[in-house]
Design a protein around this ligand. Structure first.
Ligand code: NDP
Length: 451
């Protein structure tokens, strides 16, 4: 049977684009459909614009620190309009790069929505049908928020990059990555920021001590964080949004942002009818090679809800090409993925949290929390945390958790050692880089506790 293409990819985000162009570079005939902008969540409405906003929001504090270091400079006002213009110009530039990458690798693109018609056929929004030997689903995810009175008045992280003006007063709902990162960003940009989280402590699933410090520092810097609090109801009141919370508070905000999780983009894709198995959240169920229950259909990235991070989607895309087009079956290794949360301060983490590790085996915990030199000189009360979880039996470092400015950069490197199976003694025989914050990772002599 002959097909129009060897591979048809649905979704032009990080994972889909990488798989498409690597397959095409290897000689496959490839097409890709994208209904929105190329680059996907990461480039257009996620990691990239978010990180630029983190940078923008950090300057206010830097001016104060510079003054403490003797600089005669004054902080001015933040001009959202000017920043936003540059931000979107940058996103346009990046999207053009993504389009060029596809074009230069010979991938044919369709700027429209696509869905499945049968195991080898994709139907485009204009009604045309394309056949392919293999189909790769890489549609990503989208923000979801609770169904409650007035919920439509709120925004998600998708809209935050497009605000006409910065709100004076903002409420953020949720306690995950997105909620905590934007609480820091908005607060840094001078927005009076309130955060409601329904649980007892933000960043559920991460090391307790690390997330405890992040939340303490967020509050210290001015985020009005209320744990054990959720939103009940909202309605328009003049040009404000009136919000009633579970703690009895009734308050007015200029803007309310929901960061209450994301769902895989599998609605109305024609998947169930073909026998592609979906999980409880609508995620596509795949095996270790990213293959679905229908042999010709594979899925990668957030649409599979495995580990929802850009570099993981890219890995999954590369492993898919290796498996399907290079005859080299390559399972995706999801173990020991280092990651950073761009809260203020940042958190970098790899491996097991103390709570997870002690359920598995006897451990030693090495941890130190201190005021870093640069900020302490500037008169800030801010603290950082360096923490290692060590197996008593194998001496391996099972987890490394850093809360500090630049923790994302640090954990990338510590992640190599942990992934290689370094022991506490390997860390110890590495000479400290002095004076740095991360030198503490190789100078902690005694465990603070065993468990
Ligand atoms: P998360 O799943 O991390 O967090 C969702 C938050 O919303 C949780 O605190 C959850 O509470 C809360 N929540 C869920 N439903 C409700 C509800 N009905 N009412 C009130 N609160 C609710 O999702 P995010 O949207 O923050 O991020 C999505 C994913 O994107 C992340 O898992 C991550 O993989 C990725 N991401 C990664 C980043 C990075 O690498 N730096 C940055 C941003 C996103 P509870 O804890 O009680 O369930």
């Amino acid at each position: 049977m002959s097909f129009d293409y060897d591979l048809f990819v649905i979704g032009g985000g990080s994972g889909g684009v990488r798989a498409a162009r690597v397959a095409a570079a290897g000689g496959a005939k490839v097409a890709l459909a994208e209904e929105d902008r190329y680059g996907g969540t990461c480039v257009i409405r996620g990691c990239v614009p978010k990180k630029l906003m983190v940078f923008a929001s950090e300057y206010a504090g830097m001016v104060e620190d510079a003054q403490a270091y003797g600089w005669d400079i004054q902080s001015g006002d933040f001009n959202w309009g000017s920043f936003k213009g540059k931000l979107h110009a940058e996103l346009d530039r990046l999207e053009a790069i993504y389009r060029n990458l596809l074009k230069n690798s010979g991938v044919e693109t369709f700027d429209q929505r696509a869905k499945m018609a049968d195991a080898h056929t994709v139907e485009l929004a204009d009604g045309t049908k394309k056949t392919a030997k293999h189909i790769l689903l890489a549609m990503g995810g989208r923000p979801v928020w609770p169904d409650m009175p007035g919920a439509e008045l709120g925004i998600s992280s998708n809209e935050i990059f497009h605000l006409e003006t910065l709100p004076k007063d903002m409420l953020i709902i949720g306690g995950g990555y997105i909620a905590c990162e934007f609480a820091g960003i908005m607060n840094g940009l001078g927005v009076k920021t309130t955060q409601y989280y329904r649980g007892a402590q933000v960043l559920r699933g991460f090391d307790d001590e690390a997330r405890g410090l992040v939340s303490e520092e967020m509050c210290q810097r001015g985020v009005d964080l209320h744990c054990g609090t959720n939103i009940l109801e909202m309605r328009k009141e003049g040009d404000k949004i009136w919000v009633k919370a579970t703690n009895g508070d009734e308050r007015l905000f200029d803007q309310v942002m929901f960061a209450t999780g994301r769902a895989p983009n599998t609605v109305d894709m024609g998947l169930e009818a073909l026998g592609v198995e979906l999980g409880r959240k609508g995620e596509i169920v795949v095996d270790e090679y990213s293959q679905t229950a229908v042999p010709s259909i594979y899925a990668i990235g957030d649409v599979t809800d495995r580990v929802n991070l850009t570099p993981v989607a890219i890995r999954e895309g590369m492993a898919f090409v290796e498996t399907v087009f290079k005859g080299n079956p390559t399972p995706v290794d999801h173990d020991l993925i280092p990651t950073a949360i761009f809260t203020q301060p940042e958190m970098g983490t790899v491996g097991l949290s103390e709570e997870e590790a002690r359920e598995l085996e006897p451990i030693e915990v090495y941890a130190t929390s201190f005021k870093p030199m640069q900020q302490s000189f500037a008169g800030r009360a801010e603290r950082v945390l360096m923490k290692l979880i060590v197996s008593q039996a194998s001496r391996k470092v099972l987890g490394c958790h850093i809360v500090a400015p630049g923790a994302g950069e640090m954990i990338q490197l510590a992640g190599i050692a942990v992934k290689m199976g370094a022991t506490k003694e390997d860390f110890d025989r590495t000479v400290a880089v002095h004076p740095t914050m991360s030198e503490e990772l190789v100078t902690m002599k005694e465990p603070v506790r065993t468990a």
